[in-house]
Design a binder for this molecule. Structure first.
Ligand SMILES: Nc1ncnc2c1ncn2[C@@H]1O[C@H](COP(=O)(O)OP(=O)(O)OP(=O)(O)O)[C@@H](O)[C@H]1O
Ligand SMILES: [Mg+2]
Length: 541
């Protein structure tokens, strides 16, 4: 039987009448129907994902589709006329192939998960379906379908990995919200400790017996604030100030600083020239990098190499799908160590908050969870590859930006004297007291308001005399945003410095766009406050 002779296998009534209303001679109409039917069949065959073979009843090939050629590496001409099992059944499976042929010749349809091989003899695991093609009682041929199971397994793994990523994202979302709340309150408490210590310290001489202890308190507040920063890193949208930055500079500066004190480590770098710029909060990204360096260092107790690379990458559909990102331009940064590596179980859990394999008191398990949150908040992803005994590679993908202006580096702030009147608004009595006292020591006159209502009242009374409002974002009854809008009704351009125990999130960013002059995160030191206040008062003058 030749291809195209399968006329008797179909019923004309299964196809739409293509000539309604026109009288066509019977023979011509039948030929036309046959041509259309063949076109449908051809499409079905060639668009199938599975490899399909049509064969004579003795299993000699009369037709293969494209998927067959793709899977088994035989061009159509090579396959035609050959016994299909001679082509693709491995020797060890000859008996099984013969048994299938026998059963099919008896009219049975056989299905089996089995091995076949390609032209280059490489094995393929397939789901095989062989069926007799019948016209009435007469077997006129055989149709065999081969589904590549390796491909299905790959797709299955892909699906599972995407599900896992989704679950992880949901978990991080929930923990992030909790962490941000804790960090906010924690920062307010720290602000109280920091403020009191700063005030006492400012009165003391370095030779005073309590000077060192008070300095220690400041140091520990710093540690506490770092911990709160890690927690805030977990939270959604926790950016500070987003700037155009070059990751080569950020990595170079932080890696060199880090390695300076780690004599047992050597640093290897490979920076892409003309690296695309990224829009990031440099402080947060440096914190994320530092967490990765610390982990790398801890994984190499006997010393080793810390390597950092940067690269411009363009993610196509396939790559972006497997990374769960939109396709486009990204900057890839890799941090590689030659340390102890991780097994599969550890690798799967490292981004979970509080997951640590370190001894009690040595690790909180927040490092990577925070990195994950920070990178995700920047629209990127972090991936890990690791082998026990060989080392670990973390890869960060950050979306490339169109902008290329590099902002000047921040310089270390120093507390200095200032003058003017500041309206200080915070619902926490203790913070109000401490901050007011600090500002007064710096030379400012302070009006304090413990609620939004009171702030608006004071602003109305002293409007012309107020040089700056320091406004807490989160307050009961009237929020910082509402206060700002009310102040604007009194004076369309009030100078407002926002303050919060949260990082700068969307609402604060919106207020900055609307005209607030700055943002300061609690807990702040005297010098930070002095710098921000001076900056804010100076703006627009
Ligand atoms: N470079 C690395 N090499 C080997 N294991 C690593 C590496 N980075 C992370 N890990 C594993 O991932 C775990 C979680 O890391 P993560 O940074 O979140 O927490 P931690 O380092 O244990 O504690 P913390 O960072 O809060 O002090 C680690 O305990 C460690 O088992
Ligand atoms: Mg860590």
């Amino acid at each position: 039987m030749q291809h195209g002779e399968e006329k008797g296998g179909f019923k004309d009534r299964d196809f739409p009448s293509m000539h309604s209303g026109v009288v066509i001679p019977r023979q011509e109409a039948e030929d036309e129907t046959l041509i259309i039917r063949n076109a449908y069949l051809e499409h079905l065959l060639e668009s199938a994902r599975d490899a399909i073979v049509w064969a004579e009843s003795d299993h000699r090939v009369i037709r293969v589709n494209k998927a067959f050629s793709r899977l088994f590496q035989y061009a159509t001409e090579e396959a035609l006329g050959k016994y299909v099992d001679d082509l693709i059944a491995p020797e060890e499976f000859y008996d099984q192939a013969r048994e299938i042929t026998r059963r099919v010749s008896e009219g049975e349809t056989v299905r089996s998960e089995t091995m076949r091989c390609r032209k280059d003899h490489s094995p393929v695991l397939v789901d095989l379906l062989v069926a007799p093609i019948m016209i009435g009682d007469r077997q006129v041929g055989v149709c065999a379908t081969y589904r590549d199971l390796a491909e299905r397994k790959r797709a299955e793994e892909n699906r599972r990995s995407l599900e896992k990523q989704l679950l992880q994202a949901q978990k991080m979302e929930a923990v992030g919200a909790l962490a941000a709340g804790v960090a906010h309150d924690f920062n307010n408490v720290l602000m109280g400790v920091q403020g009191n210590a700063s005030l006492v310290l400012a009165d003391l001489d370095e030779t005073h017996p309590h000077y060192e202890r008070l300095s220690n308190i400041e140091h520990y507040v710093g540690r506490g604030a770092d911990l709160a920063k890690q927690l805030l890193g977990l939270a959604r949208g926790g950016h500070h100030e987003v700037k155009s930055a070059n990751m080569n500079d950020l990595i170079n500066r932080s890696a060199n600083l880090f390695i300076r004190t780690k004599k047992e480590l050597s640093l290897r770098v490979d920076y892409q020239e003309d690296l695309w710029f990224v829009q990031v909060d440099p402080g947060q990204i440096e914190q994320a990098l530092l967490n990765l360096y610390i982990n790398a260092w801890q994984s190499m107790p006997g010393g080793g190499t810390l390597a950092v690379f940067t690269k411009n990458v363009v993610l196509d559909e396939d790559m972006s799908c497997s990374l769960n990102l939109a396709s486009g331009r990204y900057v890839k940064c890799s941090i590689v160590d030659t340390g102890i590596g991780m097994d599969k179980n550890t690798r799967e859990r490292i981004f979970e908050p509080f997951f640590t394999t370190k001894k009690m008191g040595r690790g909180t398990g927040l490092g990577l969870a925070s990195v994950y949150g920070i990178i995700r908040n920047h629209g990127g992803v972090i991936k890990v590859e690791s082998q026990v005994g060989k080392g670990t590679e973390f890869s960060i993908y950050l979306p490339a930006s169109e902008y290329s202006i590099l902002q000047p580096k921040d310089h270390a702030p120093e507390a200095s004297k200032g003058s003017g009147t500041i309206l200080l608004v915070d619902d926490e009595e203790m913070i109000l007291q401490i901050s007011a006292e600090i500002l007064e020591r710096m030379g400012y006159r302070v009006l304090a308001a413990d609620s939004g209502e009171k702030a608006v009242r004071l602003f109305k009374c002293y409007c012309g005399a107020i040089d700056l409002v320091i406004l807490d974002m989160i307050m009961p009854e009237m929020s910082g945003a509402e206060v700002f809008h009310r102040l604007r009704k009194v004076n369309p351009h009030p100078k407002v410095l926002l303050s919060s125990g949260y990082s700068l999130e969307e609402q604060a960013r919106e207020l900055l766009r609307e005209g607030c002059v700055g943002f300061i995160q609690k807990p702040y030191s005297m010098s930070e406050l002095s710098e921000k206040v001076k900056d804010a008062i100076g703006k627009g003058q």
